[in-house]
Design a protein around this ligand. Sequence first.
Ligand SMILES: [Zn+2]
Length: 65
Amino acid sequence: MNTEIPCPSCKSAIHLETDALLAGTHFTCSGCGATVSLSNGSKPVVSNAMQEFEKLMKTQGKNPK
Ligand SMILES: [Zn+2]
């Protein structure tokens, strides 16, 4: 899914896909060129995106009770 997070450096919105992020893709801020990735130093914002992603996964759960 597509989402956006605030750049940890310049606070611009960085558009990214959470599934690509989880796969290890790096995203670059169009404002300042900062790189955002799962293994980089932006875990607070990344974990936010991951929580949103997991929430969606649960919402679309295969076996609802
Ligand atoms: Zn930036």
